[in-house]
Design a protein around this ligand. Sequence first.
Ligand SMILES: Cc1cc2nc3c(=O)[nH]c(=O)nc-3n(C[C@H](O)[C@H](O)[C@H](O)COP(=O)(O)OP(=O)(O)OC[C@H]3O[C@@H](n4cnc5c(N)ncnc54)[C@H](O)[C@@H]3O)c2cc1C
Length: 498
Amino acid sequence: MAYVREERNEMPMYKGEFQRAAKRRPIREVLPIPALRSPPAGHQGSSIEEAFASDPRQLPPEERQVFRWQGGETAGLEHLRNYIDSGQLASYRGATESFAHGEDNPVNSGTRLSPWLAFGCLSARMVVKEAREYERKHGKTSSGKGIGKIGSTGTRLHTELLFRDFLRFSALAWGTSLFKIGGPFHVKGLEWSHDMELFQKWREGNTGFPFVDAGMRELAATGYISHLHRQCCAAFLVRDLRLDWRMGAEHFESCLLDHTPDANWGNWAYRILQRPCLVETRAKYPVEEHVTTVEVVAWPAVHDARLDHTLRWCPELSGLSKDLAREPWLLDTVPDRRISIKPYKDSPLWFCAANRTNWDYEYFWLPGHAWTVKPGKSEVQRSDFQLGKDYPRPLVPPLNVELDLDALPVKFHGWGTEPAVRRHVWGGRKQGRPPTRSDEQSEAGAPEARPRWEANGKGKGTGKRGGKGKGHQPFYPESGAGCQNQWQKRRREADWRA
Ligand SMILES: Cc1cc2nc3c(=O)[nH]c(=O)nc-3n(C[C@H](O)[C@H](O)[C@H](O)COP(=O)(O)OP(=O)(O)OC[C@H]3O[C@@H](n4cnc5c(N)ncnc54)[C@H](O)[C@@H]3O)c2cc1C
């Protein structure tokens, strides 16, 4: 496909329409790799080697990095060959399939082709050709049995690459609006903060939310994080810290090995796309009461189920049980109110906080409630770990999300070992989701299908949503640590002046 400037207004707003149109067209042949011409006179041989030897310098090796890229076409082709030959395509999960939860979609999966694609070392056409050839020889597979996008894994890779094209063409159509505060969708009605202290904490991975912090630390140290992490860290900056999204995009730009303006700024622009009537809903349910990017607590439960990735980047949490390391604020808080977190229906959460449009069937393991917490003496005490000293307290009031442990789409996980703080985790059959171990036991007449958490109560009726008119309480009054949100500050200042 080619971009025609005069037809830019016909560029679809959503990727699906673009992808359907693109898939109807034949893919042009991959061009042969051109033979290199010799360098211009005066730049032969040793002068090029000398230039490379002096600068850029090699970064010290980062031991925690699970994969290292080597620049250039030769290395890119080799990586593509190895990826295809190893058969990994058969279980491929695309970057944007973040809604497909479970073992076959761990937080750091993906082809890792993006830096080579970004620098033009590999062409998307070549990748699709290789994927198709593999499927012709070995047959097609579809990981995830109908959950997620339809089509074989090779088709999914093609779909991801089309999203790349979509953003590239869209960026041409959007023009400079891509870099303006309202973004290409001209978002209005929201106030953005420029609080440098908050921004610095996000950049350094000191937000107090381990999944976000792991991503931000990995990004700074290696220049790469997976799509899941990019979505989550970006959504947290936009929706919870309420910082100007362009600050986040600039930071990503300064770190990412695979940076391209269309992919980076385009993906960020989608993070500020609002659900209809969001501004009104936010007025009704003041957002500063709790974190709204639920993924920061929910995703590690299924995409980093033993917390290996998070703990690699947040080693200070390694001594805690997995439950506590995922939600360390449980050490000095107590549950407050049980709230609904179903997006788009009855909660103030953003539409598409990351990808939550398929909530009813993709999130069957989230029963739909979470607990706000308030400072208090927790039932779990650790003498060797102090929140606020060994690891930061959360920058915005956190949530303790109810997980249906019996329904989790991961076989091996680290959750449920701290019953004292897990009173609200429960199992049980819900309409529209596959039967779980506990359902099967119930049907077989097992005496105790759901005993573990019920003993502690589900919290039914433990309070209603707080909402309009409920005065905001500083989350950590003694340190003010939880009150740094500029939005909250401004609100409190306004209250005080009135
Ligand atoms: C806030 C944010 C910023 C991002 N910035 C960039 C960026 O600067 N450069 C970049 O290449 N990708 C960017 N992405 C998209 C995506 O995260 C990466 O392309 C992906 O993580 C690369 O890993 P992979 O090669 O293993 O992906 P795979 O899942 O193997 O996908 C194959 C290829 O498809 C393309 N692709 C997949 N998803 C996207 C997407 N959402 N947008 C654009 N291309 C996509 C990439 O070229 C990728 O290599 C960003 C995503 C977010 C949420």
